[in-house]
Design a protein around this ligand. Structure first.
Ligand code: ADP
Ligand code: MG
Length: 428
Protein backbone atom coordinates (compact mmCIF):
# COMPACT_ATOMS: atom_id res chain seq x y z
CA UNK A 1 0.00 0.00 0.00
CA UNK A 2 1.04 3.54 -0.78
CA UNK A 3 2.03 5.17 2.49
CA UNK A 4 2.45 8.75 1.33
CA UNK A 5 -0.15 11.51 1.36
CA UNK A 6 -1.71 12.24 -2.00
CA UNK A 7 -3.60 15.21 -3.40
CA UNK A 8 -6.78 13.54 -2.21
CA UNK A 9 -5.63 13.73 1.40
CA UNK A 10 -5.26 17.51 1.46
CA UNK A 11 -7.38 20.54 0.63
CA UNK A 12 -6.07 22.31 -2.46
CA UNK A 13 -9.10 24.52 -3.08
CA UNK A 14 -8.00 27.97 -4.18
CA UNK A 15 -4.39 27.14 -3.32
CA UNK A 16 -1.39 27.64 -5.52
CA UNK A 17 -0.19 24.16 -6.36
CA UNK A 18 3.20 23.44 -7.90
CA UNK A 19 2.85 20.19 -9.84
CA UNK A 20 6.02 18.38 -10.94
CA UNK A 21 4.88 16.54 -14.04
CA UNK A 22 6.92 14.43 -16.42
CA UNK A 23 6.56 16.06 -19.81
CA UNK A 24 9.75 14.56 -21.15
CA UNK A 25 8.09 13.69 -24.47
CA UNK A 26 9.67 12.51 -27.71
CA UNK A 27 10.02 15.15 -30.41
CA UNK A 28 11.19 15.07 -34.01
CA UNK A 29 13.86 17.39 -35.48
CA UNK A 30 11.23 20.00 -36.26
CA UNK A 31 10.02 20.19 -32.66
CA UNK A 32 6.80 18.27 -33.23
CA UNK A 33 5.75 15.99 -30.39
CA UNK A 34 5.87 12.43 -31.71
CA UNK A 35 4.70 10.67 -28.57
CA UNK A 36 2.47 12.42 -26.04
CA UNK A 37 1.90 9.38 -23.78
CA UNK A 38 3.32 11.19 -20.76
CA UNK A 39 1.09 14.24 -21.30
CA UNK A 40 -1.93 11.97 -21.67
CA UNK A 41 -1.00 10.13 -18.50
CA UNK A 42 -0.87 13.39 -16.52
CA UNK A 43 -4.35 14.52 -17.57
CA UNK A 44 -6.30 12.90 -14.70
CA UNK A 45 -4.02 14.68 -12.20
CA UNK A 46 -4.29 18.02 -13.97
CA UNK A 47 -8.08 17.72 -14.31
CA UNK A 48 -8.52 16.72 -10.69
CA UNK A 49 -6.54 19.73 -9.46
CA UNK A 50 -8.46 22.09 -11.74
CA UNK A 51 -11.80 20.67 -10.60
CA UNK A 52 -10.64 21.47 -7.08
CA UNK A 53 -10.15 25.07 -8.20
CA UNK A 54 -6.42 24.95 -7.54
CA UNK A 55 -4.21 27.61 -9.13
CA UNK A 56 -2.08 25.15 -11.00
CA UNK A 57 1.57 25.83 -11.77
CA UNK A 58 3.26 22.95 -13.60
CA UNK A 59 6.98 22.39 -13.92
CA UNK A 60 8.82 19.66 -15.83
CA UNK A 61 12.05 18.88 -17.58
CA UNK A 62 12.50 17.91 -21.20
CA UNK A 63 15.57 16.06 -22.42
CA UNK A 64 19.08 16.78 -21.22
CA UNK A 65 19.89 20.48 -21.75
CA UNK A 66 22.67 20.18 -19.14
CA UNK A 67 21.88 23.43 -17.35
CA UNK A 68 21.76 25.62 -20.47
CA UNK A 69 18.91 27.14 -22.43
CA UNK A 70 18.46 24.84 -25.43
CA UNK A 71 15.61 26.20 -27.59
CA UNK A 72 14.80 22.79 -29.10
CA UNK A 73 14.11 21.50 -25.57
CA UNK A 74 11.60 24.22 -24.72
CA UNK A 75 8.32 23.09 -23.18
CA UNK A 76 6.38 25.57 -25.35
CA UNK A 77 5.12 22.78 -27.69
CA UNK A 78 4.02 20.82 -24.61
CA UNK A 79 1.95 23.82 -23.42
CA UNK A 80 0.21 23.79 -26.79
CA UNK A 81 -0.46 20.05 -26.75
CA UNK A 82 -1.61 20.15 -23.12
CA UNK A 83 -4.02 22.93 -24.03
CA UNK A 84 -5.43 20.85 -26.90
CA UNK A 85 -5.85 17.74 -24.77
CA UNK A 86 -7.30 19.67 -21.84
CA UNK A 87 -9.60 21.88 -23.90
CA UNK A 88 -8.58 24.75 -21.67
CA UNK A 89 -6.15 27.66 -21.96
CA UNK A 90 -2.64 26.83 -20.76
CA UNK A 91 -0.48 29.86 -20.03
CA UNK A 92 3.23 29.42 -20.71
CA UNK A 93 6.15 31.44 -19.35
CA UNK A 94 9.57 31.09 -20.96
CA UNK A 95 11.33 30.65 -17.60
CA UNK A 96 10.77 28.71 -14.39
CA UNK A 97 11.95 31.22 -11.78
CA UNK A 98 12.36 35.00 -11.71
CA UNK A 99 10.21 38.10 -11.86
CA UNK A 100 8.08 37.17 -14.86
CA UNK A 101 7.29 33.78 -13.37
CA UNK A 102 6.48 35.18 -9.93
CA UNK A 103 4.13 37.68 -11.50
CA UNK A 104 2.36 35.03 -13.58
CA UNK A 105 2.05 32.76 -10.53
CA UNK A 106 0.69 35.55 -8.35
CA UNK A 107 -1.97 36.60 -10.82
CA UNK A 108 -3.03 33.04 -11.69
CA UNK A 109 -6.74 32.50 -11.04
CA UNK A 110 -8.32 29.41 -9.40
CA UNK A 111 -8.93 26.68 -11.97
CA UNK A 112 -6.27 28.05 -14.33
CA UNK A 113 -3.00 26.50 -15.54
CA UNK A 114 0.46 27.91 -15.92
CA UNK A 115 3.27 25.83 -17.42
CA UNK A 116 6.84 26.85 -16.60
CA UNK A 117 9.84 26.42 -18.88
CA UNK A 118 12.17 23.41 -18.65
CA UNK A 119 13.63 23.28 -15.10
CA UNK A 120 16.82 21.71 -16.44
CA UNK A 121 17.69 24.94 -18.26
CA UNK A 122 19.17 25.79 -14.84
CA UNK A 123 22.19 23.77 -13.66
CA UNK A 124 20.83 24.36 -10.14
CA UNK A 125 18.04 21.83 -10.75
CA UNK A 126 20.30 18.80 -10.87
CA UNK A 127 22.80 20.29 -8.40
CA UNK A 128 20.17 20.31 -5.63
CA UNK A 129 20.74 24.04 -5.22
CA UNK A 130 19.07 25.46 -2.12
CA UNK A 131 18.47 28.98 -3.43
CA UNK A 132 16.87 27.61 -6.60
CA UNK A 133 14.66 25.34 -4.51
CA UNK A 134 13.53 28.30 -2.40
CA UNK A 135 12.76 30.33 -5.52
CA UNK A 136 10.60 27.56 -6.94
CA UNK A 137 8.97 26.89 -3.58
CA UNK A 138 8.01 30.55 -3.25
CA UNK A 139 5.69 30.19 -6.24
CA UNK A 140 3.15 27.97 -4.51
CA UNK A 141 1.59 26.75 -1.26
CA UNK A 142 1.75 23.03 -1.96
CA UNK A 143 4.01 20.73 -3.98
CA UNK A 144 2.58 17.74 -5.83
CA UNK A 145 5.04 15.17 -7.14
CA UNK A 146 3.63 13.26 -10.09
CA UNK A 147 6.70 12.76 -12.26
CA UNK A 148 7.39 9.06 -11.72
CA UNK A 149 10.10 9.15 -14.39
CA UNK A 150 12.42 11.28 -12.23
CA UNK A 151 11.83 10.20 -8.63
CA UNK A 152 14.83 7.86 -8.59
CA UNK A 153 17.41 10.67 -8.84
CA UNK A 154 17.80 13.53 -6.42
CA UNK A 155 17.14 16.99 -7.91
CA UNK A 156 15.53 20.22 -6.75
CA UNK A 157 12.13 19.28 -8.20
CA UNK A 158 12.46 15.78 -6.76
CA UNK A 159 13.99 15.70 -3.30
CA UNK A 160 14.63 19.39 -2.42
CA UNK A 161 11.25 21.11 -2.84
CA UNK A 162 9.60 18.91 -0.20
CA UNK A 163 11.99 20.48 2.32
CA UNK A 164 10.47 23.91 1.78
CA UNK A 165 6.76 23.25 1.34
CA UNK A 166 4.11 20.63 2.12
CA UNK A 167 4.63 17.88 -0.46
CA UNK A 168 2.26 15.11 -1.52
CA UNK A 169 1.99 12.59 -4.33
CA UNK A 170 -0.12 12.94 -7.44
CA UNK A 171 -2.41 10.10 -8.55
CA UNK A 172 -0.12 8.99 -11.39
CA UNK A 173 2.85 8.59 -9.05
CA UNK A 174 0.66 6.69 -6.62
CA UNK A 175 -0.62 4.38 -9.37
CA UNK A 176 2.89 3.70 -10.69
CA UNK A 177 4.34 2.89 -7.29
CA UNK A 178 1.34 0.81 -6.20
CA UNK A 179 1.06 -1.21 -9.40
CA UNK A 180 4.75 -2.00 -9.72
CA UNK A 181 5.22 -2.73 -6.01
CA UNK A 182 2.25 -5.08 -5.82
CA UNK A 183 3.26 -6.91 -9.00
CA UNK A 184 6.65 -7.57 -7.41
CA UNK A 185 5.50 -8.28 -3.87
CA UNK A 186 2.20 -9.99 -4.36
CA UNK A 187 1.86 -11.11 -7.98
CA UNK A 188 -0.78 -13.41 -9.38
CA UNK A 189 1.37 -16.46 -10.05
CA UNK A 190 3.04 -17.85 -12.01
CA UNK A 191 5.14 -14.70 -12.30
CA UNK A 192 7.04 -14.42 -15.55
CA UNK A 193 9.76 -11.83 -16.09
CA UNK A 194 10.83 -10.89 -19.59
CA UNK A 195 14.09 -8.99 -19.51
CA UNK A 196 15.76 -7.69 -22.63
CA UNK A 197 17.39 -4.52 -23.84
CA UNK A 198 20.95 -3.50 -24.22
CA UNK A 199 23.02 -4.27 -21.16
CA UNK A 200 23.07 -6.56 -18.16
CA UNK A 201 24.73 -3.83 -16.09
CA UNK A 202 21.63 -1.60 -16.39
CA UNK A 203 19.40 -4.32 -15.01
CA UNK A 204 21.59 -6.25 -12.63
CA UNK A 205 19.57 -5.62 -9.47
CA UNK A 206 16.33 -6.36 -11.26
CA UNK A 207 17.71 -9.66 -12.56
CA UNK A 208 18.77 -10.66 -9.05
CA UNK A 209 15.36 -9.74 -7.65
CA UNK A 210 13.57 -11.69 -10.38
CA UNK A 211 15.66 -14.78 -9.71
CA UNK A 212 14.44 -14.51 -6.14
CA UNK A 213 10.75 -13.97 -6.86
CA UNK A 214 9.86 -15.06 -10.40
CA UNK A 215 8.79 -18.49 -11.62
CA UNK A 216 10.10 -18.01 -15.14
CA UNK A 217 12.62 -15.56 -16.54
CA UNK A 218 13.01 -15.10 -20.28
CA UNK A 219 16.06 -13.20 -21.49
CA UNK A 220 16.30 -11.43 -24.84
CA UNK A 221 17.88 -8.43 -26.52
CA UNK A 222 21.51 -7.46 -26.40
CA UNK A 223 21.90 -8.75 -22.85
CA UNK A 224 21.10 -12.25 -24.03
CA UNK A 225 24.26 -12.08 -26.15
CA UNK A 226 26.38 -11.47 -23.08
CA UNK A 227 24.77 -14.44 -21.32
CA UNK A 228 25.36 -16.62 -24.37
CA UNK A 229 28.98 -15.50 -24.45
CA UNK A 230 29.25 -16.36 -20.77
CA UNK A 231 27.96 -19.82 -21.69
CA UNK A 232 30.88 -20.19 -24.05
CA UNK A 233 29.05 -19.56 -27.29
CA UNK A 234 30.50 -17.78 -30.30
CA UNK A 235 28.46 -14.66 -30.92
CA UNK A 236 30.49 -13.06 -33.72
CA UNK A 237 30.10 -9.28 -33.89
CA UNK A 238 26.97 -9.23 -31.69
CA UNK A 239 26.61 -6.49 -29.13
CA UNK A 240 27.92 -7.82 -25.85
CA UNK A 241 29.59 -6.34 -22.86
CA UNK A 242 32.74 -8.24 -21.96
CA UNK A 243 32.98 -6.33 -18.69
CA UNK A 244 29.66 -7.89 -17.73
CA UNK A 245 30.88 -11.46 -18.20
CA UNK A 246 31.65 -12.07 -14.53
CA UNK A 247 28.23 -10.83 -13.40
CA UNK A 248 26.57 -12.78 -16.20
CA UNK A 249 28.25 -15.92 -14.89
CA UNK A 250 27.17 -15.08 -11.35
CA UNK A 251 23.56 -14.64 -12.42
CA UNK A 252 23.63 -17.90 -14.39
CA UNK A 253 25.01 -19.72 -11.39
CA UNK A 254 22.35 -18.27 -9.12
CA UNK A 255 19.65 -19.20 -11.65
CA UNK A 256 21.01 -22.75 -11.96
CA UNK A 257 20.95 -23.12 -8.22
CA UNK A 258 17.34 -22.01 -8.04
CA UNK A 259 16.32 -24.19 -11.00
CA UNK A 260 17.39 -27.24 -9.05
CA UNK A 261 13.94 -27.57 -7.49
CA UNK A 262 12.45 -27.95 -10.98
CA UNK A 263 10.00 -25.10 -10.41
CA UNK A 264 11.99 -22.30 -11.95
CA UNK A 265 13.13 -21.65 -15.50
CA UNK A 266 15.79 -19.22 -16.69
CA UNK A 267 15.38 -19.16 -20.43
CA UNK A 268 18.08 -17.98 -22.79
CA UNK A 269 17.20 -17.66 -26.48
CA UNK A 270 18.02 -20.74 -28.52
CA UNK A 271 17.84 -19.10 -31.91
CA UNK A 272 18.20 -15.61 -33.28
CA UNK A 273 17.84 -13.33 -36.27
CA UNK A 274 21.35 -12.57 -37.46
CA UNK A 275 22.70 -10.15 -40.04
CA UNK A 276 26.04 -8.66 -41.01
CA UNK A 277 24.67 -5.12 -41.12
CA UNK A 278 21.98 -3.27 -39.19
CA UNK A 279 20.04 -2.25 -42.26
CA UNK A 280 16.57 -3.02 -43.50
CA UNK A 281 17.97 -4.12 -46.84
CA UNK A 282 20.63 -6.41 -45.38
CA UNK A 283 19.82 -10.12 -45.65
CA UNK A 284 19.02 -11.91 -42.41
CA UNK A 285 19.13 -15.58 -41.47
CA UNK A 286 17.99 -17.59 -38.53
CA UNK A 287 20.77 -19.17 -36.51
CA UNK A 288 19.74 -22.02 -34.25
CA UNK A 289 22.09 -22.73 -31.38
CA UNK A 290 19.67 -24.87 -29.41
CA UNK A 291 22.11 -27.75 -29.32
CA UNK A 292 24.53 -25.54 -27.48
CA UNK A 293 22.46 -23.48 -25.09
CA UNK A 294 19.69 -25.21 -23.36
CA UNK A 295 16.20 -24.21 -22.38
CA UNK A 296 15.97 -25.86 -19.06
CA UNK A 297 19.47 -25.38 -17.84
CA UNK A 298 19.34 -28.21 -15.38
CA UNK A 299 17.76 -30.93 -17.45
CA UNK A 300 19.67 -30.75 -20.67
CA UNK A 301 23.34 -31.53 -20.93
CA UNK A 302 25.49 -28.86 -22.50
CA UNK A 303 26.96 -29.93 -25.81
CA UNK A 304 29.65 -28.28 -27.89
CA UNK A 305 28.36 -26.04 -30.70
CA UNK A 306 27.76 -27.72 -34.02
CA UNK A 307 28.33 -26.13 -37.41
CA UNK A 308 24.81 -24.70 -37.93
CA UNK A 309 24.86 -22.93 -34.60
CA UNK A 310 27.92 -20.88 -35.38
CA UNK A 311 27.52 -17.15 -35.65
CA UNK A 312 30.17 -16.05 -38.11
CA UNK A 313 32.71 -13.43 -37.07
CA UNK A 314 31.00 -10.59 -38.96
CA UNK A 315 27.45 -11.55 -37.96
CA UNK A 316 25.33 -10.02 -35.21
CA UNK A 317 22.38 -11.43 -33.29
CA UNK A 318 19.79 -8.68 -33.63
CA UNK A 319 16.57 -10.32 -32.42
CA UNK A 320 15.45 -13.52 -30.75
CA UNK A 321 14.54 -16.17 -33.31
CA UNK A 322 11.09 -17.61 -34.14
CA UNK A 323 11.50 -20.71 -31.98
CA UNK A 324 12.54 -18.76 -28.89
CA UNK A 325 9.78 -16.20 -29.40
CA UNK A 326 7.20 -18.96 -29.79
CA UNK A 327 8.52 -20.78 -26.73
CA UNK A 328 8.31 -17.67 -24.54
CA UNK A 329 4.89 -16.78 -25.97
CA UNK A 330 3.77 -20.30 -25.15
CA UNK A 331 5.00 -20.05 -21.60
CA UNK A 332 3.06 -16.79 -21.26
CA UNK A 333 -0.15 -18.73 -21.75
CA UNK A 334 0.42 -20.15 -18.28
CA UNK A 335 1.51 -16.93 -16.59
CA UNK A 336 -0.61 -15.04 -14.10
CA UNK A 337 1.60 -11.97 -14.33
CA UNK A 338 4.14 -10.87 -16.92
CA UNK A 339 6.59 -8.13 -16.02
CA UNK A 340 8.47 -6.96 -19.07
CA UNK A 341 11.46 -4.67 -19.42
CA UNK A 342 13.67 -4.30 -22.46
CA UNK A 343 13.06 -5.16 -26.09
CA UNK A 344 13.95 -8.58 -27.52
CA UNK A 345 15.84 -7.06 -30.43
CA UNK A 346 16.55 -3.79 -32.18
CA UNK A 347 13.19 -2.10 -32.45
CA UNK A 348 14.12 1.47 -33.35
CA UNK A 349 12.46 2.70 -36.48
CA UNK A 350 15.39 4.93 -37.36
CA UNK A 351 16.88 3.75 -40.63
CA UNK A 352 14.75 0.64 -40.61
CA UNK A 353 11.38 2.18 -41.58
CA UNK A 354 8.04 0.47 -41.69
CA UNK A 355 5.88 -0.49 -38.74
CA UNK A 356 7.83 -3.60 -37.86
CA UNK A 357 11.53 -3.56 -38.62
CA UNK A 358 13.45 -6.74 -39.51
CA UNK A 359 14.57 -7.25 -35.90
CA UNK A 360 11.30 -6.47 -34.12
CA UNK A 361 9.37 -9.66 -34.77
CA UNK A 362 10.39 -11.30 -31.51
CA UNK A 363 9.27 -8.29 -29.51
CA UNK A 364 6.06 -8.13 -31.53
CA UNK A 365 5.13 -11.74 -30.95
CA UNK A 366 5.69 -11.36 -27.21
CA UNK A 367 3.52 -8.24 -27.15
CA UNK A 368 0.73 -10.17 -28.84
CA UNK A 369 1.08 -13.07 -26.44
CA UNK A 370 1.17 -10.77 -23.41
CA UNK A 371 -1.93 -8.89 -24.41
CA UNK A 372 -4.16 -11.87 -25.06
CA UNK A 373 -3.82 -12.53 -28.79
CA UNK A 374 -3.57 -16.27 -28.18
CA UNK A 375 -6.45 -16.53 -25.74
CA UNK A 376 -4.93 -16.20 -22.29
CA UNK A 377 -4.29 -12.71 -21.00
CA UNK A 378 -1.95 -12.45 -17.99
CA UNK A 379 -1.67 -9.25 -15.95
CA UNK A 380 0.90 -7.29 -17.93
CA UNK A 381 3.25 -4.66 -16.63
CA UNK A 382 5.84 -2.93 -18.78
CA UNK A 383 8.67 -0.56 -17.91
CA UNK A 384 11.67 0.80 -19.75
CA UNK A 385 12.17 3.86 -21.91
CA UNK A 386 12.88 2.16 -25.24
CA UNK A 387 10.39 -0.61 -24.63
CA UNK A 388 7.58 1.84 -23.90
CA UNK A 389 8.55 4.01 -26.87
CA UNK A 390 8.17 0.98 -29.12
CA UNK A 391 4.80 0.02 -27.61
CA UNK A 392 3.65 3.58 -28.20
CA UNK A 393 4.90 3.57 -31.78
CA UNK A 394 2.86 0.44 -32.39
CA UNK A 395 -0.16 2.05 -30.73
CA UNK A 396 -0.49 -0.78 -28.21
CA UNK A 397 -0.24 1.00 -24.84
CA UNK A 398 -3.91 0.41 -24.04
CA UNK A 399 -3.57 -3.34 -24.52
CA UNK A 400 -1.37 -3.72 -21.43
CA UNK A 401 -2.50 -3.49 -17.82
CA UNK A 402 0.20 -1.00 -16.93
CA UNK A 403 2.72 0.78 -19.11
CA UNK A 404 5.06 2.71 -16.87
CA UNK A 405 5.96 6.32 -17.65
CA UNK A 406 9.31 5.84 -15.92
CA UNK A 407 12.21 3.82 -17.30
CA UNK A 408 14.92 4.05 -14.65
CA UNK A 409 12.42 4.60 -11.84
CA UNK A 410 10.45 1.48 -12.71
CA UNK A 411 13.67 -0.55 -12.70
CA UNK A 412 14.64 0.85 -9.29
CA UNK A 413 11.24 -0.01 -7.91
CA UNK A 414 11.30 -3.49 -9.45
CA UNK A 415 14.68 -4.02 -7.86
CA UNK A 416 13.14 -3.15 -4.50
CA UNK A 417 15.00 0.12 -4.04
CA UNK A 418 13.56 3.19 -2.36
CA UNK A 419 12.85 6.24 -4.50
CA UNK A 420 14.17 9.53 -3.04
CA UNK A 421 11.39 11.57 -4.65
CA UNK A 422 8.77 9.39 -3.00
CA UNK A 423 10.53 9.15 0.35
CA UNK A 424 10.63 12.96 0.56
CA UNK A 425 6.81 13.25 0.53
CA UNK A 426 4.61 13.51 3.61
CA UNK A 427 3.49 10.29 5.22
CA UNK A 428 -0.21 9.46 5.44
P1 ADP B 1 14.67 0.01 -21.99
O1 ADP B 1 15.00 1.45 -22.33
O2 ADP B 1 13.29 -0.37 -22.43
O3 ADP B 1 14.96 -0.31 -20.56
P2 ADP B 1 17.22 -0.79 -22.97
O4 ADP B 1 17.65 0.63 -23.09
O5 ADP B 1 17.88 -1.64 -21.97
O6 ADP B 1 15.64 -0.90 -22.81
O7 ADP B 1 17.40 -1.55 -24.33
C1 ADP B 1 16.83 -1.15 -25.51
C2 ADP B 1 17.90 -1.05 -26.52
O8 ADP B 1 18.48 -2.34 -26.72
C3 ADP B 1 17.38 -0.60 -27.85
O9 ADP B 1 18.14 0.50 -28.25
C4 ADP B 1 17.61 -1.80 -28.75
O10 ADP B 1 17.95 -1.40 -30.05
C5 ADP B 1 18.77 -2.48 -28.09
N1 ADP B 1 18.88 -3.90 -28.44
C6 ADP B 1 17.99 -4.87 -28.20
N2 ADP B 1 18.41 -6.04 -28.68
C7 ADP B 1 19.61 -5.82 -29.26
C8 ADP B 1 20.55 -6.64 -29.95
N3 ADP B 1 20.34 -7.94 -30.14
N4 ADP B 1 21.66 -6.05 -30.40
C9 ADP B 1 21.88 -4.74 -30.22
N5 ADP B 1 21.04 -3.91 -29.59
C10 ADP B 1 19.89 -4.44 -29.11
MG1 MG C 1 16.77 2.49 -22.74
Amino acid sequence: MFTKKTVRDIDVRGKRVLLRADYNVSMDERGNITDDYRIQQSLPTVKYLLEQDARLIICSHLGRPKGKVVPSLSLAPVAKRLQELLGKHVEFVPDCVGEQVTKAANTLQPGHVLLLENVRFYPEEEANDEAFAKQLASLADVFVQDAFGVVHHGAVSVSELPKYMPAVAGPLLEKEVDTITSAMENPTRPLMAVVGGAKIADKLDVLHRFIEIADFIAIGGGMANTFLLAEGMHIGASLADKDDLPVAKEILAKAREKAKDGKFVFYLPQDGVVASKIDKAAPTRIADWSAHVIADIENYPKRPPHEASYIREHEMILDIGPFSAAFIAGAMQFAGTVVWNGTMGITEKAGLQGPVGPYAHGTDLLMEAMTGKFGHRPFSLVGGGDTVTYIEERGLADAFNHVSTGGGASLELMAGHKLPGVEALQNK
